[in-house]
Design a protein around this ligand. Structure first.
Ligand code: ADP
Ligand code: MG
Length: 614
């Protein structure tokens, strides 16, 4: 690795580092001057015990309250939480003596709490702990808040859809991911508590903690008596730092083992019979209403199919629709009927819906095999089956950062499938992949859909993906349903031009129905179409995919070439055809701008939508 740093940095960094280490070196050099005879060993030892015990007690208290506080500050938006976050950091900004004075207003002899406890909160071990908690807690709260804020909340959402309750999700997902930052926060808090002097002398001068004892000894005996006092102080601080580093470096050692392969044929047979017995299609009736800031989602959709897709441009509410179905977001109003049962009031853990978010939501701290055993009711045989079926062999002990995007997708899919579910929701599962991989994984998904007992809902902005992977489509635009229905019908008869463009139309044109199966697209130019009959005289919009226009000398249509663009080995030409300019994809050949060409258009490929009467 080559290190590229500004030339000035080593000098600046070096000077400060030397200054920080120099006093330590000076102390060691003066060791010979130490006056060991004046040391009251008993008092010194007592002060050490008081300091270690109080710092440890304070750190425990800080951990118990500070980790949840940091978590809530990171998760709950709004001004009130912002203000709370600011206020609880205040002890960091205050001079410790001022903190001590403030504490005395609360727990001192004359204060309400002091009177109530008969002075037990001052000049006591409890008083030391109170002072230390006050000044040291912000170190942990800040560390915990930033660690939780940096964590992708989708991981907790996914864990909920895998059947887990919030407390389990916190201990198994959130806390392990934030662990190293929280560990550093706890170390800082302990060291701050251990070294605390200012607030402590105000609240609890007795019993002597190590810093207070140091101050007292310094006043009585001067500098030569300090070295014997400093030695245990330094040793204890160093010991805690070393212990904490060692504990922090220890990896989360638990490894899950695979079920024995002897059970495999049995398991596969079970999976196979499950597949053959399945009905597949789900009976859905969705009524979703949700306001998010300035965005409003309003969806009504009642499809009956095994393979469904939601298609819409970016920001149209596709992901939100999936989250509402999964239960990660709650509807303002609405019902979610799955096979006749309304699940809209159920917790995500109880909905029986598998969810694969965009970017897959794999837990960064778990290996592949741990991810697959994570869901509640994960069936070990199903785990083994999906490892085989999705080609995850050899990856079991890897963490997500050691997997390719394609492998991550398979792991996320396997994790969603190891517990029984009626619906599998996939949010843009192919959008992060490069073109060849995308194409291959789409084909694999197509095959997988036929094996699944669950119906799939795939969210996408790609019409080709929707066409391949769905029998029923929902088109969304700006939170509203543009159209829904069987895929082939929606493609043949888009509701309007917006829907047609969403479905991939590049060039659109207008015409007038000249009979039930043809439209006039210019003076005396008729285009034959297939599909549902048209009402003669109706104005329509129309489009045809470039790949469905075929140049042929025997073709029924004639037009002039307006432009030619090379696209690799093909050429995209624009043909003037009646009042329309249509794009066609053709191979190399004798074509030039302005030349006349003959061509054929498959009537089945013409897509038509109604236009308001002129
Ligand atoms: P899509 O998945 O179709 O790209 P999304 O469902 O993610 O769109 O988002 C739909 C709309 O909701 C977007 O316009 C987005 O800006 C808005 N939105 C999402 N989350 C919030 C939120 N927490 N507050 C306000 N608006 C939001
Ligand atoms: Mg989205």
């Amino acid at each position: 690795m080559t290190l590229r740093t500004p030339a000035l940095f080593p000098w600046l960094a070096g000077l400060l580092a030397i200054y920080l280490i120099a006093p330590l070196a000076a102390g060691v050099q003066q060791a010979g001057l130490a006056d060991w005879n004046t040391v009251d060993t008993g008092a010194l030892l007592h002060a050490c015990v008081i300091s270690v015990a109080s710092a440890t007690t304070a750190t425990l208290i800080i951990a118990i309250g500070g980790i949840p506080l940091g978590y809530l500050l990171a998760r709950i938006p709004g001004r009130a939480m912002g203000a709370l976050g600011f206020l609880v950091q205040l002890p960091l900004a205050l001079p410790p003596l001022a903190s001590g004075i403030l504490l005395l207003f609360l727990v001192g002899y004359g204060a309400p709490l002091g009177r109530l406890t008969a002075g037990a909160l001052t000049d006591s071990f409890v008083g030391i702990v109170l002072a230390e908690v006050f000044v040291a807690a912000p170190f942990l709260i800040i560390a915990a808040r930033s660690a939780f804020a940096a964590m992708d909340p989708v991981l907790e959402d996914v864990a909920a859809t895998l059947g887990h309750r919030p407390l389990f999700v916190f201990f198994r997902v959130s806390l392990p991911i934030a662990r190293s930052a929280i560990w550093s926060g706890l170390l800082l808090a302990w060291l701050r508590a251990f070294g605390e002097f200012g607030a402590t002398v105000m609240v609890a001068y007795h019993p002597y903690s190590l810093p207070v004892y140091t101050y007292v000894a310094f006043g009585a005996q001067g500098l030569p008596a300090m070295l014997p006092v400093l030695a245990p102080t330094l040793a204890l601080a160093l010991a805690i730092m070393v212990l904490s580093t060692l504990a922090g470096a220890q990896v989360n050692g638990r490894r899950l083992s695979l079920p024995s392969t002897a059970a495999l044929p049995n398991a596969l047979a079970k999976m196979a019979s499950r597949s053959s017995a399945m009905t597949g299609a789900v009976d859905l009736a969705l009524r979703l209403e949700k306001q998010l800031g300035g965005f409003r989602l309003d969806v009504a959709w009642s499809p009956q199919a095994h393979r469904l897709a939601v298609l819409g441009p970016s920001g149209s509410g596709k992901s939100l629709t999936l989250k509402l179905i999964a239960g990660i977001e709650r509807c303002d109003r609405g019902t979610i009927m799955v096979d006749g049962r309304d699940i809209s009031a159920l917790d995500p853990a109880l909905r029986g819906i598998a969810y694969v978010p965009q970017n897959y939501g794999l837990f960064p701290h778990l290996t592949v095999i741990e991810q697959l055993h994570f869901p509640v009711d994960a069936d070990p045989h199903a785990v083994r089956h999906w490892i085989d079926r999705l080609g995850l062999h050899g990856l079991e002990q890897r963490r997500p950062d050691a997997l390719s995007l394609g492998q991550q997708q398979r792991v996320a899919l396997a994790r969603a499938l190891v517990r029984p579910a009626r619906l599998l929701l996939l949010d843009e599962p192919f959008s992060a992949l490069d073109a060849p991989l995308r194409s291959r994984l789409r084909q694999e998904m197509r095959a997988l859909q036929d094996e699944l007992n669950a119906a799939t809902i795939i969210v996408t902005h790609d019409p080709a993906e929707a066409a391949l992977l769905a029998d029923q489509l929902l088109l969304l635009d700006a939170g509203q349903v543009l159209q829904s229905g069987p895929t082939d019908q929606v493609f043949r008869r888009p509701a309007n031009e917006t829907a047609a463009r969403l479905l991939g139309a590049e060039s659109v044109a207008t015409g007038v129905a000249a009979g039930t199966d043809s439209i006039a697209v210019g003076a005396g130019v008729l285009l034959r179409i297939a599909g549902p009959a048209l009402e003669s005289g109706a104005r329509v919009g129309w489009t045809v995919p470039a790949a469905r226009i075929r140049l042929s000398d025997a073709g029924p249509y004639q037009g002039s070439v307006e432009s030619i663009i090379d696209v690799g080995t093909d050429r995209q030409i624009t043909i003037r055809f009646g009042n329309a300019a249509i794009n066609a994809l053709v191979g190399a050949g004798e074509l030039s701008c302005g030349s006349v060409c003959r061509f054929d258009i498959d009537p089945d490929a013409v897509r038509i939508w109604p236009l308001p009467a002129a």
